[in-house]
Design a protein. Structure first.
Length: 202
């Protein structure tokens, strides 16, 4: 059983969080899920809906998998040293660290991705790159795996990465079963990202 700590903050992107959590949550014998925020309680997403964080940063929870979404709120949170310190500490004690969309900007700003390969939302690619000049940012990637770090492109790409993470931890057959249960077409080729071309990055 791996415990996933999914970070949320004001302005987080709904699908960044709940698309991947749908995938992991179907494997109830393998994963437990917990939302964590700077302050426990309701947190407003970029779409206006609120999610309830059971835990705060100060609760001292340990997570086997740290999950960091993106969203408009990341542009504020890159300047939040308390949050960045928590991300760095939680990642250092986790087995895996996953990010979706501009969540990789928070990982980069926390110093976790230096000298590693990573990707992000292609529409925000330039801004994210500025947050981590020592990161090897990959423009043509649906998601990137580098050691314990998995980073994905924007929004819906997080579901493809989550299935990739499930395949990494439990095998491709299990990941394919989850995709079937969700009636989701899994884009298995992590190097195939049409949005890189749409946004002029390749």
């Amino acid at each position: 059983m791996r415990k996933i700590g999914a970070l949320i903050f004001p302005g987080f992107e709904l699908l960044d969080v709940f698309g991947p959590m749908q995938m992991f949550g179907l494997l109830a014998d393998d994963f437990s899920l917990e939302l964590v925020a700077e302050t426990a309680g309701p947190v407003t997403s970029n779409q206006g809906l609120k999610a309830f964080a059971e835990k705060s940063l100060g609760d001292g929870g340990h997570y086997d998998v740290l999950f960091v979404p993106g969203g408009a709120g990341t542009r504020r949170e890159v300047g939040n040293p308390r949050l960045l310190d928590w991300i760095a500490h939680s990642s250092n004690t986790a087995e895996f660290t996953l990010s979706v969309c501009t969540g990789s900007a928070l990982l980069a700003k926390a110093g976790l991705l230096d000298n590693r390969r990573a990707t992000t939302n292609k529409a925000a690619f330039s801004w994210v790159c500025e947050q981590g000049p020592q990161v090897d940012w990959i423009p043509q990637a649906r998601w990137v795996e580098d050691g314990p770090f998995l980073t994905s492109s924007g929004v819906s790409a997080g579901m493809d990465m989550a299935l990739g993470a499930i395949a990494l931890m439990h095998g491709k057959d299990v990941a394919e079963k989850v995709a079937k249960w969700c009636e989701y077409t899994w884009h298995k080729d992590k190097t195939n990202d049409p949005f890189a071309r749409i946004h002029g990055l390749v």
